[in-house]
Structures are given as structure tokens and as C-alpha cells.
Design a protein around this ligand. Structure first.
Ligand code: ADP
Ligand code: 5GP
Length: 227
């Protein structure tokens, strides 16, 4: 019997918006999800574990993986290189498992070209001031690195309309419920459980006809719109 392929989820958003925080809540609620650990040339932060948070690799190893086609997508983000190992994602999707990528906007665009059916979710901070407060509060970057991340946030926020869903992370509990319901609905269908949710996506049939990369004025609905 042919096995259904798993769903591919992409979570993006500016640095400090709370992607990691919400993703951890998502995995607690739906442990059968599979997280795709990226490779990066960034130095590990205090407490980050190689193979869990990222595979921390050298520039030359990154170049080798990129040039031999081992990366599904890759991008330079905030001055470091990041990429998604292709084999792991394809293997798990082929086994019917749903896979979550936490990657930047440039990577999300590349994924959408390869997997038009991927579900793109954007995490928004409630305001620029709060984003800055959170990044400072996390204390993992130097003042210079923080500036780069805050500057890039502006560009990333402008791209949110290419995403299928947007979740505003004002309150962790509320935002994680919203994220969990989006993922459940996409995997299991819209049974009555998704009552926090708008019907944010069109039917699969509609999706098949749609340009995978809709322009800013396309009818990509956001969960925040329906609040
Ligand atoms: P990202 O993965 O998007 O860079 P993090 O998940 O690391 O962001 O969150 C950035 C900082 O903000 C962390 O210190 C985290 O604990 C904090 N944070 C996340 N969500 C919220 C929230 N809703 N309210 C207040 N602080 C938050
Ligand atoms: P951080 O350094 O804060 O862990 O991540 C910085 C940015 O890189 C975040 O936007 C994160 O989502 C993005 N990122 C992490 N892994 C990947 C990846 O594999 N590919 C791409 N394109 N971006 C990634």
C-alpha cells in the first residue's frame, strides 16, 4: 500500500520573535513531528548542543555540502551561513512523517519552489520595541550583532505576505495554541478542534492552481486578519 507523504512546515520570523520558544511548545504538543536540524557556520551559543540545535560546521564543510547538492536550501543570514540537509527531510517525508524547518525568509522561498505544498508560518513580534527588548533580554548576541538582526527584521517583516499563516507572539501560551492548531489542522484536517483558527488556507485543489509564490496582493489569508 502506498504511504502518504508527510507534511512540510516552515517556520520563519525575525530573530527574537519567539520561533524557538513556540517551536518547543509545538513539539511538546505534537511529539510525532520531526525537527530538521540545520547546518550552520555560526558559533554555538552557550548551552547549544551540536546535532540538537544545529550541526555546527566549518565554512569549507558548508561549501562542500552546498556544492554537492546536499542542501535542500541555504542562505546567508545575519552574516552566517545556514542550510537544511536534504536527505533527512526527504527520508522523513517519504516515511509519512511531518517535518518542521525553522529557517529564514530566503530559505522559505527556496523551499516553496521545491515543495509548493509546504505550509509556511510566520511568527511576528507584537512590536519592534518588544522585539528589541526580547533580543536584548536573551543576551546571546553582541550589541553589533543585535543591530544587524534588528535591521534585518524590517526586511523580513515586509516578506510576511508570502506565508500561509501569521501568528503574533504576544503571549507564549496564546501564540503556541494558535501554532499548534494550525499544524494539527494541516496534518489531521479541520475537525472541530481548530476553533481558535480561521480557515486560513484554501483547499488543496485551489493550491494546485496557485502560483506557489504569490505576490504581496495575493489572497493569502493570515490568522491575525480574522481576529
Ligand atoms: P527566535 O527563536 O525567534 O530568535 P526566541 O524563541 O529565542 O526567538 O525568543 C527570544 C527571546 O524572547 C527569548 O529570551 C524568549 O524567552 C523570549 N520570548 C519568546 N516569546 C516571548 C513572549 N511571548 N513574551 C515575552 N518573551 C518572549
Ligand atoms: P539563529 O542564529 O538565531 O539560530 O538563526 C538566525 C536565522 O537563521 C533565523 O532566522 C533562523 O530561522 C535562520 N535559519 C536557521 N537555520 C536555517 C537554515 O537551515 N536555512 C535558512 N535559510 N535559515 C536558517
Amino acid at each position: 500500500m502506498k504511504r502518504n507523504r508527510g507534511k512540510l512546515f516552515v517556520i520563519s520570523g525575525p530573530s527574537g520573535a519567539g520561533k524557538g520558544t513556540l517551536r518547543r511548545e509545538l513539539f511538546k504538543a505534537i511529539p510525532e513531528l520531526v525537527y530538521s536540524v540545520s547546518v550552520t557556520t555560526r558559533k554555538p551559543r552557550f548551552g547549544e548542543v551540536d546535532g540538537v540545535d544545529y550541526f555546527f560546521i566549518s565554512q569549507s564543510e558548508f561549501a562542500r555540502m552546498r556544492d554537492s547538492g546536499e542542501l535542500l536550501e541555504w542562505a546567508e543570514v545575519h552574516g552566517n551561513l545556514y542550510g537544511t540537509p536534504r536527505k533527512f527531510v526527504e527520508k522523513n517525508l517519504g516515511e509519512g512523517k511531518s517535518v518542521v524547518l525553522e529557517i529564514d525568509v530566503q530559505g522559505a522561498l527556496q523551499v516553496k519552489r521545491t515543495f509548493p505544498e509546504a505550509v509556511l508560518i510566520f511568527i511576528l513580534p507584537p512590536s519592534q520595541e518588544e522585539l528589541s527588548r526580547r533580543l536584548h533580554g536573551r543576551g546571546t548576541e553582541s550589541e553589533e550583532e543585535l543591530e544587524v538582526r534588528l535591521r534585518n527584521a524590517q526586511w523580513e517583516l515586509e516578506k510576511k505576505d508570502i506565508y500561509d499563516y501569521a501568528v503574533v507572539n504576544d503571549d507564549v501560551k496564546k501564540a503556541s495554541i494558535e501554532l499548534i492548531e494550525i499544524v494539527k489542522k494541516e496534518i489531521y484536517g479541520s475537525g472541530g478542534e481548530a476553533d481558535v483558527l480561521p480557515s486560513a488556507r484554501g483547499s488543496d485543489e485551489e493550491d494546485g492552481d496557485k502560483d506557489p509564490l504569490p505576490s504581496d496582493d495575493d489572497s493569502c489569508k493570515k490568522s491575525e486578519d480574522d481576529r
